[in-house]
Design a protein around this ligand. Sequence first.
Ligand SMILES: O=C(CO)[C@@H](O)[C@H](O)COP(=O)(O)O
Length: 221
Amino acid sequence: MEKNELVIAPSILSLDYGHVDEQLKALMDSKAKWLHFDVMDGHFVPNLTFGPDILRGFKKAAPLFMDVHLMVDDPAFFAPIFIQNGADLITFHTEALNNDPSRIKALLQKIHELGAQAGISVKPKTNIEQFASLLNDLDLVLVMSVEPGFGGQSFMEDQLDKVRWLYDARKAQDLGYRIEIDGGINASTYKKALLAGCDTLVAGSYVFKNDIIKSIEGLLE
Ligand SMILES: O=C(CO)[C@@H](O)[C@H](O)COP(=O)(O)O
């Protein structure tokens, strides 16, 4: 059984930036409670996206739970800035801290001290089991089911092994972290993600290239 209520986090990477007001209104009228906000620095991943001012603007226009995914070389520098500007949850990539458990733990703690929830993001080639000792410090684990950097890629089904491992570990240790999946989620892949144990679905192109309200409702069914 799922421990957490199912949450859909539309990824604003795929928003149609010619029609921002309209789309934010549809999001506010939808059943989405979260927004997924991808921060890319052009170096950790080969794409550039949004800074903290944009997050502040989005939060004002659409006051939903802001799930901020840092794809940056220096998450310890950027996390406090995004929290000040409205992030409710920050995830960062462990590789940016050389996969060093003590540095990862210190940043998770810093994020918590600043009043936000904290989690790690896991790239497709990253082994999750090396972070077993950190599970108790996490509010969420973000499993990437595509290589981070771009929307519209195909779902990597083999990443569901990580989801199953996280699900079993959570149950065995009676922990409460969310299991979020991100990349290639659509009307068919979401079912596989839910069956494997995800409780938080990020969806970009599927939501914004279809009817926003109906596609979110469909993923919640
Ligand atoms: O973080 C990323 C890409 O790096 C994602 O959040 C994408 O924005 C998901 O887009 P779709 O695969 O759903 O189109």
